[in-house]
Design a protein around this ligand. Structure first.
Ligand code: NAD
Length: 339
């Protein structure tokens, strides 16, 4: 706050902004900042568009590389605000060297993402996507729509942070046996019945859901070696980051039947595809085309976070983070990547 108790207005340039970002951020702009919404991604070529701003606000597929950080720094940008939880797309070392502060929204609505993971699992298992189309064509046959009871099945959860924890609780409610792998076991979850095991043991579950961040240790966590441990016909759900799964190996495993169903809300090469209408284009990415051709693959375009509650939380937390950083005030330690 300024010395007279008045908030100092800042210019904040939003990259990769969608119409719904504009709606929610404008609605919750309590500090009356000058919000500029650009629909293009932040990269070396577009960084110049932040000229005149004090802060930039970025999303999952904006590439905040060292070169981009340098350009932003030269323009006088002092804050990079991620309006998401994951931060694998930003070079934090470069931001630190440039003296730029970086914040994120650590937990805007873990339930939103966890519920979407469950929606994907239920769709793939009970084939409601096919049933919907069939019935619209007056095809009331059940042939090929058989699923299995989730009750009694073993669900393996990799990463039991905010989202993984919410997912575990839902699956416990379904009557599943929940086993988990994380670097740190969560005592509350253990008390509720979640059993922590080694990664190899968790990979043997009937259903596997990924909820760990993408980093050097987890890149291609799902690869030929780890797929080999899985049950034949496993259901794999990834709502975390595309880079966790080696796409070509997943395709091989789908072709052999090792992976019985795959639900992905995230995709390794998604930055060239997601959040846009490409219905008139010729898609050059053969892997996504192959994935789209499987009847047992469900792809959603990074929408797991997309609920009213989450969007409100993203907008209010992001604007609050920027405000606190601009006042040199204390930020929630989980939100402050570089404060
Ligand atoms: P979080 O930080 O609360 O939890 C991550 C958990 O993963 C932690 O418990 C951590 O100990 C664990 N972990 C770290 N490295 C691991 C490893 N090598 N093996 C196993 N576990 C490991 O994060 P969160 O809020 O639960 O989010 C998880 C991920 O979900 C984010 O990193 C983000 O990429 C993704 N996400 C996706 C969407 C979407 O819309 N699809 C939305 C929000 C977040």
């Amino acid at each position: 706050m300024g010395s007279l108790g008045v908030y100092l207005s800042m210019k904040i340039v939003f990259f990769s902004a969608q119409p719904y970002d504009k709606t929610f951020f404008a609605r919750f702009n309590q500090f009356d900042h000058d919000l500029v919404f650009l629909d293009i991604q932040l990269n070396e070529q577009t960084a110049e568009l932040a000229a005149g701003a004090q802060a930039v606000c970025v999303f999952v597929n904006d590439k905040v590389s060292a070169a981009v950080v340098q350009k932003l720094s030269a323009l006088g940008i002092s804050i990079i605000a991620l309006r998401c939880a994951g931060f694998n797309n930003i070079d934090l070392e470069a931001a630190k060297s440039a003296g730029i502060r970086v914040c994120r929204v650590p937990a805007y609505s873990p339930e939103a993402v966890a519920e979407h993971a469950v929606a994907m699992l239920l769709t793939l298992n009970r084939k409601t996507h096919k049933a919907y189309n069939r019935v619209r064509e007056q095809n009331f046959s059940l042939q090929g729509l058989i699923g299995f009871n989730l009750h009694g099945k073993t669900v393996g959860v990799i990463g039991t942070g905010n989202i993984g924890k919410a997912f575990c609780k839902i699956m416990l409610g379904f009557g599943c046996k929940v086993v988990a792998f994380d670097l740190i076991a969560n005592k509350d979850l253990e008390a509720e019945g979640v059993v922590y095991q080694s990664l190899i043991e968790v990979l043997k579950a009937d259903i596997i859901s990924l909820h760990c961040p993408l980093n050097e240790q987890t890149k291609h966590l799902i690869n030929a070696d780890t797929i080999a441990y899985m049950k034949h016909g496993v259901v794999l759900i990834n709502t975390s980051r595309g880079g966790l799964v080696h796409t070509k190996e997943a395709i091989k495993a789908l072709k052999s039947g090792k992976i019985g169903a795959l639900g992905i809300d995230v995709y390794e090469q998604e930055e060239k595809l997601f959040f846009r209408n490409l219905s008139e284009d010729i898609i050059q990415d053969d892997d996504i085309q192959r994935l789209m051709s499987f009847p047992n693959v469900l792809i959603t375009a990074h929408q797991a976070f997309f609920t009213e509650e989450a969007m409100e939380q993203i907008a209010t937390t992001t604007l609050n983070n920027i405000q606190l950083l601009s006042e040199n005030a204390k930020l929630n330690p989980q939100a402050a990547l570089l404060a």
